[in-house]
Design a protein around this ligand. Structure first.
Ligand SMILES: O=C([O-])C(=O)C[C@H](O)[C@@H](O)C(=O)[O-]
Ligand SMILES: [Mg+2]
Length: 413
C-alpha cells in the first residue's frame, strides 16, 4: 500500500466558500498485489485525511483483494471513530460514518481495479455490467478571476458576468463537445446569476442547464430564484442549506431540487424521503464509501423515485475512470455527470487518461479501471505537493488574502 499526496495547478474558481487556491491536492493510492499487479485509487489530499489514509494503509497490508467487507472493518478499526470535517463545507457536514466512508473509498476502488485485472474484466463488470457505452459529462462553468493574484492571467480568462460565462461555456463546448451545462453559483447576487442562466439559455438553446449556489440562499430567496428560472433549469442544486430548508423550497419550486450537501450519507436518506426534500441526489464515491456504496445509494434512490446524478471536486484521471465505471453500470444515473477535468488543463497522473469527446467518455473495456499510473508524472506532482505550501483546501482563507473583509456566509442572500 502506498499513499502519495500530489498537487496540481488549479485556476481561481469562485464558489460560496471563497476561491480555489493555486494548487489542488489529491492523494494517490497504489495497492500492489503479491503477483506484482497495481490497483489504483484517488481521493482528497488534505492533511487530516492524509493521516487517516496512512493509518488505514498500514493496517491493510496483506488484505484479500476480494474481501471488501473486511476492508471496511479493518479501516474502521485502524482509524477509530473520528469525525474530520472539510473547511469549505461544500459537500455538507461530516460524521464519523462519512469520515470512514471517505477513507475506505480509494482503497475499495484500488481493490476493484486489482480484482478486474486478476480476472481480466473491467470494473463495470464487477458492478453488474455496463448499461451504457458512453458516459456523458456536463460543462462545469465557474465564475473566475483572470488569474491568481500576483501571477500571469491563466489561459481561461476572467468570467465575472453573463458574457464571460457564455464565453467560457463556448470554450468548454468547443473543446469537449459537452451537451449539458452546470453553472457554479453562490458567488454574485442571485439576479446576476439568473441573468447568466438566461444568457446561457439564449446562447445554447437545446442544452439542459443547472445552477448550483451551494446553499448561498435563504429558502425565501431560493423560491424566488426558482420561480424566475421556471422552464430554464433541468434542476436547481442546493439552493439552500439543510433538509428542512430544501423541503420548504421543494414544495414550491417548479423544477427538481438536487443535492450534494444535505444528503451526503445513508443516514440522511430517510428524512429526505419523508420530507420530499430532494428529487435528485448527486452520488460521489469519494465520500459515499466507494463504487459499491454508490450502487446501493442508486438502488435506494430508484426505490423512492429520486433521480441520481454525479458530483465532482477537482480530480485527476484515476477518479475520472472510477466515475465512468460507476456511471456506466448504474441504470438510474441518467443525468450528465459533473467533472472538473477541463480545469486541470491536461495535467494528470495517469499515462492514458480517458478522453472526453462529444461531451462523453467511451467506457473502457480493458481489465480493471483501464488506466495506468505514469510514475514520472506522479513524482512531479508529488514534488509540487512538497513545494506548494498548501496542506489543506481552504477557499475562504485564500480569498481573504485579497479581500480582507470577505466572510463565508451561508446563506448570504
Ligand atoms: O457540486 C458541488 O457542490 C461541488 O462541486 C463542490 C465543489 O467543491 C465546487 O464547488 C468547487 O470545486 O468549488
Ligand atoms: Mg453541488
Amino acid at each position: 500500500m502506498t499513499v502519495t499526496p500530489v498537487a496540481f495547478p488549479d485556476p481561481p474558481l469562485l464558489n460560496s466558500a471563497g476561491v480555489h487556491q493555486p494548487w489542488a491536492l489529491r492523494a494517490i493510492v497504489q495497492v500492489r498485489s503479491a503477483d506484482g499487479a497495481v490497483g489504483l485509487g484517488e481521493t482528497y489530499g488534505d492533511a487530516p485525511h492524509l493521516s487517516l489514509l496512512t493509518r488505514a494503509a498500514a493496517a491493510l497490508k496483506n488484505v484479500d483483494i476480494f474481501d471488501l467487507s473486511g476492508l471496511v472493518r479493518t479501516v474502521a478499526r485502524a482509524i477509530g471513530a473520528v469525525d474530520v470535517p472539510d473547511r469549505h463545507g461544500l459537500t455538507g457536514g461530516s460524521t464519523t460514518a462519512k469520515t470512514l466512508a471517505k477513507v475506505v473509498a480509494p482503497f475499495e476502488v484500488a481493490l476493484l481495479d486489482l480484482q478486474g485485472q486478476a480476472i481480466g474484466r473491467p470494473v463495470h463488470d464487477l458492478l453488474g455490467g455496463k448499461v451504457r457505452d458512453r458516459v456523458p459529462f456536463s460543462a462545469y462553468l465557474f465564475y473566475k478571476w483572470a488569474g491568481h493574484p500576483g501571477a500571469a492571467p491563466d489561459g481561461w480568462g476572467p468570467a465575472l458576468d453573463p458574457d464571460g460565462i457564455v464565453a467560457q461555456a463556448r470554450t468548454l463546448i468547443d473543446r469537449y463537445g459537452f451537451q449539458s451545462i452546470k453553472l457554479k453559483g453562490g458567488v454574485f447576487p442571485p439576479d446576476e446569476e439568473i441573468a447568466a442562466i438566461r444568457a446561457l439559455r439564449d446562447a445554447f438553446s437545446g442544452l439542459p442547464l443547472r445552477l448550483d449556489p451551494n446553499a448561498a440562499w435563504t429558502p425565501e430567496t431560493s423560491v424566488k430564484v426558482a420561480e424566475q428560472t421556471d422552464g430554464l433549469l433541468e434542476y436547481l442544486e442546493d439552493p439552500t442549506g439543510g433538509l428542512s430548508g430544501m423541503a420548504e423550497v421543494a414544495a414550491l419550486a417548479p423544477m427538481p431540487l438536487a443535492t450534494n450537501m444535505c444528503v451526503v450519507a445513508f443516514a440522511d436518506l430517510p428524512e429526505a424521503v419523508r420530507r420530499n426534500a430532494v428529487q435528485v441526489v448527486l452520488a460521489d464515491h469519494h465520500y459515499w464509501g466507494g463504487l459499491r456504496a454508490c450502487a446501493e445509494l442508486a438502488a435506494i434512490c430508484r426505490t423512492w423515485g429520486i433521480g441520481v446524478s454525479m458530483h465532482s471536486n477537482s480530480h485527476l484521471g484515476i477518479s475520472l475512470a472510477a466515475m465512468v465505471h460507476l456511471a456506466a453500470s448504474t441504470p438510474v444515473l441518467t443525468y450528465a455527470a459533473d467533472t472538473h477535468t477541463p480545469w486541470q488543463d491536461g495535467v494528470d497522473v495517469v499515462a492514458d487518461p480517458l478522453p472526453i469527446t462529444g461531451g462523453a467518455v467511451t467506457v473502457p473495456d480493458r481489465p480493471g479501471l483501464g488506466v495506468t499510473l505514469d510514475q514520472d508524472a506522479l513524482a512531479r506532482l508529488h514534488e509540487n505537493y512538497l513545494r506548494c505550501g498548501i496542506t489543506e483546501r481552504d477557499d475562504t482563507t485564500y480569498r481573504q488574502r485579497f479581500e480582507p473583509g470577505y466572510v463565508k456566509r451561508r446563506p448570504r442572500w
